[in-house]
Design a protein around this ligand. Structure first.
Ligand code: NI
Length: 173
């Protein structure tokens, strides 16, 4: 296992479309997923997409237990999601603060559909789907955006609601 380098905003790899995974349950895939979890934990992240460590494959992971970066957040089950698809289930949208390990020290407000169904495959190639709302739905959409070369600042509507953690939330640690 290894902590990988997380590519930062500006790196052209982050703006590319990642490719579908066709081989499941291989040592390479298991190793990549292990590295991603270790890398995410090392940075206290809520999620990580493979292209963030320079691997242009449609694979994201996420997990929110009690995370110091999101002290009031709902929890999200530890998930490996491959070749994901997202279906928006109603018109309702929600605005919320997002951060990204590729954009350290900053946060911005992004409006996203609040009720979605996502489906995809686990590392064994078994298909699953879930209907989720709120923070869970936000995390999934944020991570899946990475697979299409989209970073959250590209979705910010009011750029005044994008800035440094220390300036936006001076009372937090
Ligand atoms: Ni991100």
């Amino acid at each position: 296992m290894a902590i990988r380098e997380i590519f930062q905003m500006g790196n052209p790899l982050l703006y590319q479309r990642s490719e579908e995974i066709t081989d499941f349950d291989t040592p390479e895939l298991h190793g990549l997923i292990k590295d991603m979890f270790e890398t995410m934990a090392d940075s206290d992240g809520a999620g990580l997409a493979a292209p963030q460590i320079g691997v242009l494959q449609r694979l994201v992971i996420f997990s929110v237990e009690s995370n110091p970066r999101y002290p009031d957040a709902e929890t999200v089950p530890r998930t490996i999601l491959i070749n994901p698809e997202i279906e928006v289930l109603d018109d309702e949208r929600e605005s919320g603060w997002e951060g990204c390990l590729s954009i350290p020290g900053m946060r911005g407000v992004v409006s996203r559909p609040s009720y979605i169904r996502y489906s995809g495959y686990n590392e064994q190639g078994e298909k699953f789907s879930r209907e989720v709302r709120g923070f869970h739905a936000r995390v999934v959409q944020h991570e899946c955006d990475h697979l299409d070369g989209v970073l959250y600042p590209m979705r910010i509507q009011d750029i005044r609601q994008f800035g440094y953690d220390t300036a936006l939330f001076p009372d937090e640690d």
